[in-house]
Design a protein around this ligand. Sequence first.
Ligand code: DGY
Length: 367
Amino acid sequence: MPPGLTAIGSNSLKTCQLLINSSTRFKNTLTFNRFTTSAAVRMTSRPRVLVTRSDLPPSALQILSEKCELDIAPNDYPIERDQLLKKVVGIDALYCMITEKVDGEVLDAAGPQLKVISTMSVGYDHLDINEIKKRNIAVGNTPGVLTAATAELTVALTLATSRRIVEAHQEIANGGWAKCGWSPLWMCGSGLVGSNIGIVGLGRIGLAVAKRLKPFDISKILYTGKNAKVEGSDIGAEFVSFDQLLRQSDIIIVTCSLNEETRNLFDSAAFAAMKSNAILINTGRGGIVDQEALATALKTGQIAAAGLDVMTPEPLPVDHELTKLKNCVLLPHIGSATIQTRTTMATMAARNIISALEGTVMPARVC
Ligand code: DGY
């Protein structure tokens, strides 16, 4: 039995009561059928679903277990690639996270019966959509339900970076404060009042961030993207080119998705165009920023600071140079991390699978 699951009762073709014994707050007891032999699997008509980790909110597993046979990967960390390749064989549905790269190799290993892939995320850059489309597999994601949580975190990261909150906290513990006491210019950052905020990608999250920042008495909201948006005019934001946004913004907030057009959008040329007091905030995807170029820009004072909730790779190695820079605030990809939001995302991802398997309308379908 995997470490995260304790079986009470016997195994093959019997209903087991499983105690979801993860290290999270989501402790609960569930009942569902668990088949342990491939012969057993062939005897059932219930669809087989692979869930790529064990520490999901039980409400999501409950939804799935009512109609499907679940194979829950045993760990509360991302499934290893070789395990994924083994476990996908013969499944009807895959319930995955942003940590699983689902490409042609995984799809080939799974086989032609795979009907749906549901990711517990709004972003789906970890899924090879072209390969998936070729095989007519449905894809579900979780848009909308994480907008508020991610926008709140983006505002928090913006303030933490502009007002040097993490560094200031450390100054108490490392004795810095004890040495200098209250000092006129010590730990000064920059305020939001009168600043130009530039948003890259005024989608759901970008818009929610813009609305939350307006009451800080900022000067302007600029945004860039493919097209001007009605929602942008509604909040008095100005649509500008990427270059104008770089040159005019005091704070640039990246909330767009990662694709071939946005990969490494923030390269050395972009940093060179930014103001020297500028702050870069990224809660989109790490791949949108060329991290080497960012580190150089932060070290040389080309820009003032950066706040990143997303980076490359994730997790970032503990000794990565960005972890050593005082003007770089790093968070471990926690944009959507509220209990309520993650629970809703998890159940929505489960419902996407059930709907796709039953042939009804999925709550959120990518393709
Ligand atoms: C997403 O959903 O894409 C976030 O990055 C994780 O919540």
